[in-house]
Design a protein around this ligand. Structure first.
Ligand code: ADP
Ligand code: MG
Length: 387
């Protein structure tokens, strides 16, 4: 990753004039509240101290030129005809954002953009949302659009949904736009209201990438969503007023278990208990009760593994090793599952040792390489430099 001066120079060398500004937008990790977003429940993520940076300069014409340092690739398009580029899929995140701004009837000039990032793609840290929000933030500054906060997040989410074709929730873009340093956000996915909750400086968040990516993700994800919708449909026979699993308490689900086929019941059980755990975890974090928070993370993993069935042997192994190490409060898979990463909460004084032992233990058990990031809750999109 280049520093700001190197970004400035790389931009000038590529585009023939210096950038006007550099912005950053962070990746995120969800501490608890998995597969709750599309059930109108709660999530509890932090924005991380790894970000996507964009150096940018406005142009006098209607052309957007863009270069990605990570991908060593460039692309260009006209604002008058924005189409998907099948040859450079990464460019569609940029194109989608530009299209979203124009769709809001806002004035947009061409731009030169240089992208550099510390957020590894595909590791479950949402490099895509970091990219979208960074592009949106840079373009809104260059064009003085005053597109901020929730509006910026919704624009970025719309770009990913409609232009990239991924039916993502709002959490990732929300954190890239609105994350707060030192805090997790308890986000209500029903109405996007949120509450910042301080994360004790005595705890560190450790993300561990299992190195496993499963191609089934899309279809499995859709199957889980469909199971949740089916559960709501069937439960309405006795609970006519529910709009989503959010509206069903765990005791209510068990009292009406006879309405549901076993697999649907297990899927619903994960969701309703996970929503309850997420609220309890937010309260524990607020009170500085880290052992309680960790126990809820452990319970979340068990529920994702046994009832929602989205874990893998690699993720289970990482979680098991993590919990056996000194200073670990709790550990769970994070993100959609079927590979990707785990997240652990670890005592500050133990964190370096924890990270090294986790990687070594995983290699010993499965012969695989894990990649660890020790994260600090950081702020959402911001301006880094002007020139
Ligand atoms: P995640 O968001 O979990 O990291 P996604 O598959 O949603 O994974 O998004 C990853 C995609 O985002 C990459 O394949 C690429 O198209 C785009 N992307 C991420 N980082 C960059 C980057 N630095 N430069 C260009 N494109 C990027
Ligand atoms: Mg993504």
């Amino acid at each position: 990753m280049l520093d700001v001066h190197q970004l400035h120079d790389a931009f000038a060398a590529r585009f023939g004039a210096p950038p006007q500004l550099v912005v950053r937008a962070p990746g995120r990790v969800n501490l608890i509240g998995e597969h709750t977003d599309y059930n109108e429940g709660f999530v509890l993520p932090i924005a991380i101290d790894r970000a996507t940076f964009i150096a940018a300069r406005a142009r006098l014409d209607r052309t957007v030129r863009v270069y990605s340092v990570q991908f060593s690739a460039d692309d260009a398009f006209s604002l008058d005809q924005i189409e998907r580029n099948p040859h450079q899929p990464w460019s569609n995140y940029v194109r989608g954002v530009a299209k979203g701004i124009l769709a809001r009837d806002l004035p947009l000039a061409g731009a030169d953009l240089l992208i550099d990032s510390e957020v590894p793609p595909g590791a479950g840290l949402s490099s895509s949302a970091a990219l979208e929000v960074a592009v949106a933030y840079a373009l809104q500054l260059l064009n003085r659009l005053d597109l901020l906060g929730e509006e910026l997040a919704l624009l970025a989410q719309g770009a990913e949904q409609s232009f990239v074709g991924m039916q993502c929730g709002i959490m990732d873009q929300f954190m890239a736009a609105l994350g707060r340093a030192g805090h997790a956000l308890l986000l209500d996915c029903r109405d996007l209201s949120y509450r910042p909750i301080p994360v004790s400086p005595q705890a560190r968040v450790v993300v561990c990438d299992s190195g496993v990516r499963h191609s089934l993700v899309g279809s499995e994800y859709n199957e889980r969503r469909a199971a949740c919708e089916e559960a709501v449909r069937l439960l309405r026979a006795r609970l006519p007023r529910i709009a989503a699993l959010r509206d069903v308490a765990p005791a209510q689900l068990e009292a009406n278990a006879d309405l549901l086929p076993l697999v649907i019941l297990r899927r619903a059980r994960h969701v309703v208990t996970e929503i309850e755990r997420t609220l309890a975890a937010a309260a524990a974090l607020e009170h500085g009760d880290l052992p309680r928070f960790g126990a809820l993370m452990d319970a979340s993993h068990a529920s994702l593994r046994d009832d929602y069935q989205v874990s893998t042997p690699e993720l289970d192994t990482l979680v098991e090793i993590a919990r056996s190490l000194p200073g670990c409060y709790g550990s769970r898979l994070t993100g959609g599952g079927f590979g990707g990463s785990t997240v652990s909460l670890v005592a500050e004084g133990s964190v370096e040792r924890f990270a090294a032992d986790l990687v070594a233990g995983y290699h010993k058990r499965l012969g695989r390489e894990a990649h660890v990031l020790i994260c600090t809750p950081s702020e959402g999109a911001r301006l880094v430099a002007t020139f």
